[in-house]
Design a binder for this molecule. Structure first.
Ligand SMILES: *Cc1c(COP(=O)(O)O)cnc(C)c1O
Length: 423
């Protein structure tokens, strides 16, 4: 249903009829914007690997040895122990890593615990492998922390894993070290592994630094998923990984490793020259490149958050501290002719050529998810359209009072934006 919804909102027939240029804050592919280009070092690494002529052949299941080694080194830098190249399995993006881990853990009658709101692929892949998806809640008032009580209630002897996405999509959460430890301890006591989706690893720009779940690898079995897609802004390169964190060797399971190897043999992975470029990409990327991305998303997040906070059509918006997305709750009671989040997004697309994802697509009805991975100019244009749209659809009585409030409030936000943009 999630996929159908996205297509419905974004279909050309829905957005025709006004002449504005389409802006999508829906799906979030930052590469559409020229401010989000990968580092020269990454492009050179791929080009060198290709031109060397040495990487046109097949590679062993699990990936090229030097690729696995480079990923192990890269991730070990944030861990209190060293990963071995054997712990790393190269996948075709984080997407395939999700399928890989779900597939190898699958067994008859199994269930998996997924966050709500969450990233739709987990539900889709689970049902494809006949695994029951059970949803535990994230708490919007609490930085979208995991409601550990619902985790404990939902888990049983058939639960194969608990999925934790941090930094989070769709919530923009960046969990504290303490909360991650609480999750690790709770899930560890239940004897269930954690699938730690860290595809947004290091893309944290608030108070909490990024802490990988693997730090707690001795308290709970952790499967870490990641990719180059988000941090290096190259989702089309499809270079991801599944990592088994097992510092004490206590979770070693030769059968599971055999299943992963079989999976890799059957399903393949990313192109060999992309794999071959990974060591140079990971060791050679300019730190300024990462800092630049963080600076842009911090600024665009701020623009979005402030505007959503101010518009009466949203009752609640949650400041993102990581990833490239945030959630806001619709205030349907002040909107005249809009019944739910789908209608809001469909009308917004039709009237303003602006695409935003209805919350139901990520499991939370009457919220919206906004991607702020766009250049500041596009974000400002989009927020202007969202303001026009909201004003047009607001109930009469509400308009009266907001007319009095708006100018000063708008002026304040504009000044703040100008300041952030250095004007
Ligand atoms: C983008 C994304 C993925 C998929 O990553 P790719 O490397 O592009 O396949 C997985 N999980 C989450 C939470 C994501 O946002």
């Amino acid at each position: 249903m999630e996929t159908r919804l996205k297509h419905q909102v974004m279909s050309p027939s829905n957005v025709e009829g006004n002449k504005k240029k389409l802006i999508s804050l829906g799906l979030g592919d930052p590469t559409v914007y020229s401010c989000f280009r990968t580092d020269l070092a990454a492009k050179e690494a791929v080009s060198n690997a290709l031109l060397s002529g040495k990487f046109n052949g097949y590679y062993p299941p699990g990936g090229l040895p030097e690729t696995r080694k480079a990923i192990a080194e890269y991730l070990s830098a944030d861990l209190p122990y060293e990963l071995s190249p054997d712990d790393v399995f190269v996948a075709s993006g984080c997407t395939q890593a999700i399928d890989m881990v779900i597939s190898v853990l699958a067994r008859p009658g199994a269930n998996v615990l997924l966050p709500r709101p969450g990233f739709p692929s987990y539900g889709i892949f689970s049902s494809f492998r006949n695994i029951e998806a059970r949803y535990y809640d994230l708490l919007p008032d609490n930085g979208w922390e995991v409601n550990l009580e619902t985790v404990k209630t939902l888990a049983d002897q058939n639960t194969i894993a608990v999925v934790v996405i941090n930094p989070g999509n769709p919530c923009g959460n960046a969990y504290t070290r303490q909360h991650l430890e609480e999750i690790a301890e709770t899930v560890g006591r239940l004897g269930i592994p954690i699938i730690a989706d860290e595809v947004y690893g290091h893309l944290a720009f608030g108070a909490n630094p990024f802490v990988p779940m693997g730090v707690f690898g001795s308290k709970v079995q952790v499967f870490t998923l990641g990719s180059l897609s988000k941090r290096w802004l190259v989702p089309g390169w499809c270079l991801g990984w599944l990592v088994m964190n097992d510092p004490s060797g206590e979770f070693r399971n030769p059968k599971l490793i055999e299943r992963v190897n079989k999976y890799c043999t059957i399903s393949g992975g990313p192109a060999s020259f992309i794999q071959a470029a990974v060591p140079q990409i990971m060791r050679g990327t300019n730190t300024d490149f990462f800092a630049n991305t963080i600076n842009i998303v911090r600024r665009t997040e701020n623009l979005c958050y402030e505007k959503l906070e101010e518009l009466p059509s949203f009752s609640y918006s949650c400041k993102a501290e990581g990833s490239m997305v945030l959630m806001a709750k619709l205030n349907l009671s002040v909107l005249e002719d809009i019944g739910d989040d789908i209608e809001f997004c469909l009308k917004l697309a039709k009237e303003e050529s602006l695409i935003i994802l209805p919350g139901i697509a990520v499991g939370l009805k009457n919220w919206i998810r906004v991607t702020f991975a766009a250049d500041p100019e596009s974000i400002e244009e989009a927020l202007g359209r969202l303001t026009d749209f909201s004003q047009r659809h607001i109930k009469q009585a509400t308009t009266q009072s907001s007319k009095i409030m708006y100018p000063t409030e708008l002026q304040r936000v504009k000044e703040e934006n100008d300041r952030l943009l250095g004007r």
